[in-house]
Design a protein around this ligand. Sequence first.
Ligand SMILES: [Zn+2]
Length: 326
Amino acid sequence: MLRLDLAGFARKTISVLLFVLVVALPAHADENIPDQYPASLLYSKPVEVIPNVWTAIGATAPPGYDNAGHNNNLSFLVTGDGVIVINGGGSYGLAEALHAEIKAITGQPVKLVIDENGQGHAILGNCYWAQQGVKILAHEDTAEEVTKTGHQSLKAAQDRLKERADKTCLKAPDETFADNKDVSMGTMKIKVLHLGPAHSPGDTQVWLPEEKLVIAGDMAFHERLLPIFDDTDTAAWLETWENRFEKLGAVYVIPGHGHPTNMTQVRRYTHDYLVYLRGKIREHIDAGGGLDKAFYVDQSPYKHLHTFNELATKNAGRVFQQMEFE
Ligand SMILES: [Zn+2]
């Protein structure tokens, strides 16, 4: 009797301790660094990845007041005859802060901004750049997204960022392209590409064939879990990846989210994750499973990624809804 009680007591103590541990310890300490560059609205100070190619790496946490909505990579190319900025940025203030960094690095003027898709963090800084007289280029589907969902994105940013979204307004691209466009400038050969459907409408890649560097946009993620949206076609994303993105033969990759890296790494956490999740959902469907349990298919090999807790079950549900009809 005494022994049983002791065992019960020990069990209770252990579960209380486990509860305290789980609640008290942040799962991913680095995701929780609220701001790496307090002197600027940017989340981090731009770094030079290879000569004349710079990027300000965004937080891998969801967008919020502390990171000022800078949760994606804002890059720029110093071409010798002007600067090309990749991504308008998530607000007027973020675009202005990036411009201050560019001016400290080079006297060359910014001549072109390229939006890598139609999401708020890519397009909401456009109006700052337009006020500086800089032309904005984007894929035609991105331009359509700005018209369709721009107001929602603006409202969401204003709600999240409060005064940090001041002066932010909508500005559609000045020029659009369909498949690709050569924007070579100064000493750099630069191609703007739309390789095919991937993460969201208008996904754009900027390719430097001589340096073998690709600014991949939301084609490629690592460090944090990628989000699958209602309009994300995961089968088409894999097709674009295998038949066109990999075939660029990039050595360096500046992904949409996460530090600059190489192809092996982004393949592991983008392509391979999509293949894995689709495999799990396929097994679930073949076993007669429904949507209710589809949310909880095993994704533990990816649980160390940032934003896993926010996105994993949503991703599984969306893949189920798509694959049900494949
Ligand atoms: Zn993004």
